[in-house]
Design a binder for this molecule. Structure first.
Ligand code: SF4
Length: 307
């Protein structure tokens, strides 16, 4: 690790939480992680959008910890509680994992929630490319990102795969303690789009571009409609939109939520509400979109992080 990277961890402002802790001495910020990248799992993963995997699987690398810490997180086993079951890997070791996944037949390297380790991960991609890896790199993130940290990946990432989770400041404040989520995420998207440009496909697979995911939450159709409207107005069919219905009620990690919101989140999504949202997106002329079949709201889609 060079001095510049050390500095980024020792006064950490890598994400919008701006904790300013010294992670090199064991101080922890909101993400709960020190200065070593922790990977919980690497696997060939078939759960991603078809233009990422095609007939093959994505080479997924799941990092532990997260700066967003949503109360309904489907991956809370690794996102909220670094498990100590993960592997601490430096940039060279991470690069070797990517090369192993390529040898196993992966279609791309899918880096899942890596931004709190951005300096190490950016360096690992550089190393893997110098060693001849040919696969596209996908940055799979929660959307609450700093533009300056995204700039560490300029020229290294082929495909951005961010979430756009919330529109309303009240909702993002209650569910992720991030009242500025929408404002921050939309600025981050502008930087991602600047780096990769409009979606470009070859043989049915995305080679460059953005897929923005939105997980529709029960009882929050208003938020979802605003998000679809924003994305179509701003990017239209230059990006892909992936509307997800797989919300699975988990034990909520915040007991002080308003009763009505808590009640909504304790149920699966109403299929009718999801259909209405799909119609709304189509009516706005969005053709580059993915939707999920009914029955996707199952914990079967959550990888087994305890392996
Ligand atoms: S990466 Fe972690 S420590 Fe750094 S600012 Fe974000 S939450 Fe805080």
């Amino acid at each position: 690790m060079n001095d510049l990277y050390d500095k980024l961890y020792s006064d950490c402002t890598l994400c919008p939480r701006q904790c300013r802790v010294d992670r090199t001495t064991g101080q922890l910020g909101v993400c709960g992680c020190g200065a070593s990248a922790i990977v919980n799992l690497t696997m060939l993963h078939r759960g991603e959008e078809p233009i990422l995997g095609g007939d093959k699987a994505c080479g997924a690398v799941f990092f532990e910890g997260c700066q967003l810490r949503c109360v309904f997180c489907q991956n809370h086993d690794i996102s909220r509680r670094p498990t100590s079951k993960g592997m601490s890997l430096n940039s060279d070791e991470l690069a070797s994992k990517y090369i192993e996944l390529e040898a196993q037949g992966a279609s791309c390297i899918d880096l899942v929630t890596p931004m709190h380790f951005a300096p190490t991960v950016a360096q690992s991609i550089r190393i893997a490319k110098n060693k001849g890896i040919k696969l596209p790199f996908v940055l799979n993130v929660g959307g609450y990102e700093s533009v300056s940290t995204l700039q560490l990946f300029d020229g290294l990432i082929d495909i951005y795969l961010p979430d756009l989770k919330f529109y309303s400041s009240e909702v993002s404040s209650l569910l992720s303690s991030a009242p500025d989520y929408f404002e921050v995420a939309t600025k981050a998207f502008a930087e991602m789009y600047r780096q990769v440009g409009p979606a470009s496909l070859k043989d049915g697979l995305l080679t460059k571009g953005m897929i923005v995911r939105h997980l529709m939450l029960p009882g929050l159709a208003f938020d979802s409609k605003h998000i679809c409207q924003y994305l179509t107005d701003t990017y239209g069919n230059n990006i892909y939109i992936s509307l997800m219905n797989q919300y699975t009620p988990m034990p909520l990690l915040n007991n002080s939520l308003p009763a009505k919101l808590k009640e909504s989140l304790s149920h699966k999504l109403n299929p009718r509400a999801y259909d209405i949202l799909i119609d709304f997106l189509c009516d706005m002329g969005q053709t580059n979109a993915f939707v999920q079949e009914e029955g996707s709201d199952t914990s079967d889609l959550i990888p087994n992080f305890n392996k």
